[in-house]
Design a protein around this ligand. Structure first.
Ligand code: HAM
Length: 421
């Protein structure tokens, strides 16, 4: 029987990995510059952690979680996102106690049982950044500017920042009541899920994927008109700090995000290049979540980058050159093979990528293999070279060959290869 990866799950092949590594290293540099420290978290958590944080009525919790049960029947879920886990860890390790704002980031796979399509996978990857203990709004601007700087550093320019505020427990109920009234008048145009959501959690109608529901929400009232004084001031300060940092944004009152924990600031970074799956990052403030999960009363804000989608954009822009070995050593005969084996080890310890062939093949076949690797330099060593103490160093592009002294072979190779790009 021949196996393939499960639908929605995929392999990232060696030739694709370059962009993933680049994104990870740029993300680490940017996080470092903004004072975020890495945290590594489990892939599985108690199911209630996600259902309580993300919300029962959300698509993620109601339809998309991969859950299994332990021997006591307790639900364990593969994480659909990282924020709930970061907050669980923050509470568990009492990270609030040193009094400082905690800035944490984490990278890794997330799991959602969504319908796979271009840019949407069941196992996908996020870089997630969370700032806990600062009420904003200046820190909101700081975090959003960091997200934009990350994309800038990757050379991605055509991204649009959409910004909204979802208000707070003070002002959102008034908006909710207004929205409920509006949706009540439009029930005929809603899908069956949204007919229910219109009563239980009307904000969720905004992120329904059914086209008819998208049409209905176009005429919905704007939450920005319902913000209380404190939320309004928060939003104004955020906007003016973003402006002063030169970060452009589009106000989008329909941006409610697909998770229940948000309060005040929400944002999404979108591209026009990936079709329907246009969000490459999303986030917002979640001032009640730490307490909801049994922790202290600490405000927080964060965002997550959809790594798979960023990689798709990077692949559209340009393909980084695939890496090639620095040197191929063609050893002819057992004695030569053993000497070359030792040299290869030493050169690798010095940081060079060295390849050899252990198949006991002739020179022609080994040169063919070196060609397939795309290597620029080959060191050819047979019994004769070992006896004379002079090896052959061949440039595969110019086909020129020079004799090198085998007494200083490591030094000579290092010099020749490290100065060679
Ligand atoms: P989210 O909007 O659910 O937010 O996901 C963030 C990003 O992950 C999306 O904008 C998208 O790029 C990517 N993404 C989501 N689902 C998939 C999928 N099935 N396939 C490929 N990419 C996907 C969160 O997860 C929140 N935890 C963000 C956050 C952090 N809010 C506060 N802190």
């Amino acid at each position: 029987m021949k196996f393939s990866a499960i639908k929605g799950f995929r392999d990232i092949l060696p030739e694709e990995v370059g962009n993933w590594q680049r994104l990870e290293s740029v993300a680490r540099e940017v996080m470092d510059a903004f004072g975020f420290q890495e945290i590594k978290l489990p892939l599985m958590e108690r199911t209630e952690l996600f259902s309580r944080s993300i919300g029962q009525e959300t698509d993620i919790v109601s339809k998309e979680m991969y859950t299994l049960h332990d021997s006591k029947g307790r639900g364990m879920t593969l994480r659909p996102e990282a924020t709930a886990s970061v907050v669980r860890a923050y509470n568990q390790h009492r990270m609030d106690q040193n009094g400082a704002v905690q800035k944490l980031f984490t990278m890794g796979p997330m799991f959602r049982h969504e319908r796979p399509q271009k840019g949407r996978f069941r196992q996908f990857y996020q870089v997630s950044a969370e700032m806990l203990g600062d009420p904003g709004p200046k820190s909101d601007a700081d975090l959003i500017a960091m997200a934009m700087h990350l994309f800038d550093s990757l050379g991605l320019k055509d991204l649009k920042l959409h910004l909204n505020s979802l208000g707070c427990p003070e002002c959102r109920p008034k908006f909710r009541a207004e929205l409920e009234d509006y949706l009540f008048q439009q029930t005929d145009g809603l899908c069956s899920d949204c007919k229910r959501r219109a009563k239980t959690n009307p904000l969720r109608v905004f992120d329904c994927k059914v086209e008819a529901c998208n049409q209905v929400v176009l005429g919905a009232p704007s939450i920005l008109e319902f913000l209380c004084k404190v939320c309004g001031e928060h939003f104004e300060t955020l906007k003016s700090y973003l402006e002063s940092a030169g970060v452009d944004f589009i106000l989008n009152h329909q941006l409610v995000r697909g998770l229940d924990y948000y309060t005040r600031t929400t944002f999404e970074i979108q591209t026009e290049q990936l079709g329907a799956q246009n969000a490459v990052a999303g986030g917002g403030r979640y001032d009640s979540l730490v307490r909801l999960l049994g922790g202290p009363d600490q405000p927080a804000i964060g965002f997550a980058v959809g790594v798979d989608r960023i990689i798709a954009l990077l692949e559209k822009e340009d393909q980084p050159a695939t890496k090639k070995p620095d040197l191929f050593i063609a050893a002819l005969g057992e004695t030569a093979e053993m000497s070359c084996f030792k040299w290869a080890m030493d050169l690798r310890k010095a940081g060079l990528w060295v390849e050899m062939d252990y198949g006991g093949k002739g020179l022609k076949s080994q040169m063919k293999k070196a060609g397939r690797f795309g290597v620029k330099k080959v060191l050819i060593i047979g019994e004769e070279e070992l006896t004379s103490g002079k090896g052959v160093f061949r440039d595969m592009d110019t086909k020129e060959q020079e004799e090198i002294d085998l007494n200083n072979v490591l030094e000579t190779m290092e010099k020749a290869l490290k100065t060679d790009d």
